[in-house]
Design a protein around this ligand. Sequence first.
Ligand code: APR
Length: 242
Amino acid sequence: MTAERRARELIAKAARIVVFTGAGVSAESGIPTFRDALTGLWANYDPEQLATEQGFRANPSLVWDWYAERRRRIADVQPNAAHHAIARLERAKPGLLVVTQNVDGLHQRAGSTDVIELHGNILRVKCLEGCGVVQQGWQDDERSPPRCPRCGAPLRPDVVWFGEYLPESALLRAQQAAADCDLMLVVGTSALVYPAAELPFAAARAGAAVITVNPEPTPVDEIAAARVPGKAAEVLPRLTAL
Ligand code: APR
């Protein structure tokens, strides 16, 4: 049996599905990964300057501008066939949960209704000093970055920077779902960044079947019941046409 046929069968008979996604699911929408986006004006910077709290405190307007540019690029692109296939699968399999490492909001734009964002969302901001303000829009008061409406501290992107903890309730719910699902579909992630990368292994330990969709091999292949090589936007519509 081909891996693709096996994957289709596993999806068809699964009752509780978790779809775990990474940058690869958004590749065909034209969103560069963090590292690939470090080109042009940004080529001289490294992740420690642009995606750490220390970097932000050292140069808030530089980091704000970098995220503003990434936000603009995301606003200009559309969810692709992979996001749409996942949203359609949710309608066929009620209770399906998406757990994503992406910060681009494209699963929600495609219609997925239950999405755990392990690494935050680039369209949201929060107070740098943690006074509790988290919001989707903000007043552009010509300062870069704009200020927290409650305490006046700078606002920062609500994404998980290097060296930061994942949002606790999101991680706990994702771990619980991994332990409770009967199928985890792992799409477009290198599965190298922990603790997110632990989820497929936790699912397999708890008895779930794991399927990987990725043009490249990843560490999850070792425990996968089916490894489907290829691009998410090409493979997923075929796998989920139930
Ligand atoms: N379809 C499916 N997978 C793809 C595609 C595609 N069209 N194109 C690339 N990929 C795969 C690559 O082979 C790779 O395994 O997507 C994966 C992308 O890996 P990473 O760039 O490491 O992205 P991700 O796994 O999401 O990284 C996790 O690391 O950079 C931090 O916080 C960031 O959330 C991110 C985390």
